[in-house]
Design a protein around this ligand. Structure first.
Ligand code: 5AD
Ligand code: SF4
Length: 475
């Protein structure tokens, strides 16, 4: 009998990919997806712990399920992902109607855990070892991935897919929970990655985004040979059907000249580089234990500028980190102006229990100051994005068409033949234009006629009309 699965995903691309894998594995066990929690036999929440706000939202969503579970006790509720690994049993205490808690490194066990609950178990928990709970090898073994179970229906679009090349993180930035939720950094074997990319290409995927917490630190040693990200890009470039390769998220110190040369020389590799800077103050970077200085970052920008034509760099920032003074914040503002990022994601510092930041430093920047700094930095970045996007007016860009634009979806034009479409340039800029449904999934030249900070507006180039018969015959 078919059973129904409802799944909700928050957090980063890793989580989107994890949900895809879980859906693929539950489908093998007779499950079908539903968008309605009331119709579901099993409800899964894929969670994020990077900021407190994300956790609050999940606990509140779980709170809404209490009534559903009281009236339908047979429904199975599971919490998976980073918050499951971080909070573990606390989740059962805060939401006693949850049946399953499963960390990001144990997702392959989900069908088995669901079966145990069906068989009468009251609750099931599977999590990885903590960073102090065993030898490095034991801890590594307790955080696994179960790629490459894939499910095309769970992709951002049928033409785009994520591919994990690395799990975990060993950088231990003092604000960050990820090294404890996703465990030690481990590169997947290159052959596995290649085979999975091949499978994605066979499934009709044209763009692959390689994922890792610090993707450009990717390293896999096998006997005498070490494979790095640049080597992987060279191998994946040969796969027929793949038109674009991207990789996120990058660590500034590992943005080597070798890698940038690969980005320059391989036509399928997108010149879009997401390299979070986090702060423009050396003192703050040191408190964050980021492992680089402002000067190192400047030199990296210089390397990118001198090596990769058409590059676009984007960044992440945390404002209001422990002890951040107004002067330190202003240094960030100045660096944003200097680096001219394509866009920046800006976050207010959120103290995470279990991190060095929470243990050793005081979260002493008031909430209203964090908010003001967030607004100010965002305004500076938005003005830069808008100015730089204006440069595209009159230019023709290559767009991989992803589907109907947000406006087309909102206005209910989704099923029409002629509609507003959206896609991205190789440098990851969003382009909207009026087109034909049949163009979805194609790569098209689009001429840009207008631009805002976030979007380029363009026209599809209409091929010159070539009459099928000679004009003489018409006469
Ligand atoms: N508080 C606020 N933002 C954070 N990030 C990571 N940890 C925290 C935290 N504790 C941000 C960083 C990172 C992005 C994914 O989230 O900017 O690059
Ligand atoms: Fe959130 Fe980080 Fe976990 Fe992704 S890896 S889900 S951003 S805590």
């Amino acid at each position: 009998m078919t059973k129904r699965l409802y799944i909700e995903t928050v957090g980063c691309q890793m989580n989107v990919l994890d949900s895809e894998m879980v859906v693929a594995s539950l489908r093998k066990h007779g499950y079908e997806l539903t968008k309605d929690p009331k119709l579901a036999d099993t409800l899964l929440f894929n969670t994020c712990s990077v900021r407190e706000h994300a956790e609050d939202k999940t606990y509140s969503a779980l709170g809404h399920l209490k009534k559903l579970k009281t009236t339908n006790p047979e429904k199975i509720i599971g919490v998976m992902g980073c918050m499951a690994q971080k909070d573990q049993r606390t989740i059962f205490e805060r939401a006693p109607y949850v049946d399953i808690v499963v960390g990001p490194g144990q997702l392959q066990q989900i069908p088995e855990l669901v079966a145990k609950i069906e068989a009468g178990s009251k609750c099931e928990m599977a999590v990885g070892l903590g960073r102090r709970d065993g030898s490095v090898d034991e801890i590594k073994r307790s955080h696994e991935t179960f790629d490459p179970l894939r499910d095309p229906t769970m992709r951002p679009t049928p033409y785009q897919a994520y591919l994990r090349i690395q799990i975990g993180c060993d950088k231990f930035c003092t604000y960050c929970i990820v090294p404890s939720t996703r465990g030690p950094e481990q590169g997947r074997p290159p052959q596995q990655i290649y085979d999975e990319a091949q499978l994605l290409a066979e499934q009709g995927c044209k763009e692959i985004t390689l994922l890792g917490q610090t993707v450009n630190s990717y390293k896999y040693a096998d006997g005498g040979t070490t494979t790095r990200l640049a080597d992987l890009l060279y191998r994946l470039h040969d796969i027929e059907g793949i038109e674009r390769l991207k990789f996120v998220t990058n660590y500034p110190k590992d943005m080597t000249y070798d890698l940038l040369q690969a980005v320059r020389d391989l036509s399928k590799v997108s010149p879009y580089l997401h390299v979070p800077l986090q702060s423009g103050s050396d003192a703050v970077l040191q408190r964050m234990k980021r492992g680089y200085t402002v000067q190192d970052y400047r030199e990296m920008m210089e390397r990118i500028r001198n090596t990769v034509p058409g590059y676009a760099v984007s960044s992440d920032f945390i404002v209001g980190f422990c002890g951040e003074t107004e002067e330190e914040f202003q240094q960030t503002v100045e660096l944003v102006k200097e680096c001219r990022f394509k866009n920046s994601f800006i976050f207010k510092y959120s103290e995470r229990p279990g991190t060095k930041g929470a243990e050793l430093m005081k979260d002493d920047v008031p909430v209203d100051v964090k908010q003001r700094r967030n607004n100010e930095l965002l305004a500076v970045q938005t003005a830069i994005s808008e100015e730089d996007n204006q440069e595209f007016i009159g230019r023709t860009v290559e767009v991989l068409v992803e589907g109907p634009s947000k406006r087309a979806l909102r206005d209910g034009h989704n099923d029409e033949l002629i509609l507003q479409l959206t896609g991205r340039t190789p440098c990851d800029r969003i382009v909207v234009f009026d087109g034909n449904r049949r163009q979805i999934g194609e790569t098209l030249p689009i001429t840009v006629y207008d631009a805002t900070a976030f979007t380029l507006f363009g026209n599809a180039i209409v091929e010159a009309f070539t009459p099928q018969v000679s004009p003489l015959q018409i006469i």
